[in-house]
Write a new protein. Sequence first.
Length: 93
Amino acid sequence: MQTRSDRIAIVLNAAFAPSALEITDDSARHAGHSGARPGGETHFSVRLVSPLFRGLSRVQRARAVHEALGPEFAGGLHALSLTLQTPEENSSP
């Protein structure tokens, strides 16, 4: 059985062809907060580096990720902390 993290990775890899993708389940840090569930898998941090973000504002990038993950939000995903960069931004000091 796939975890939510696995499903997020599959969707983001297919949608954005990232050169880097890191997904961290932060659910334990949000226990007792709004949207938290006993089984976790509700709050995630995502770092995604993709050339498809070139020319997009920070808001446009976030909207694209949220749209791609729409089914996960409908199924219990509550919150994402996003770091979304182009390869050029990722290599900046």
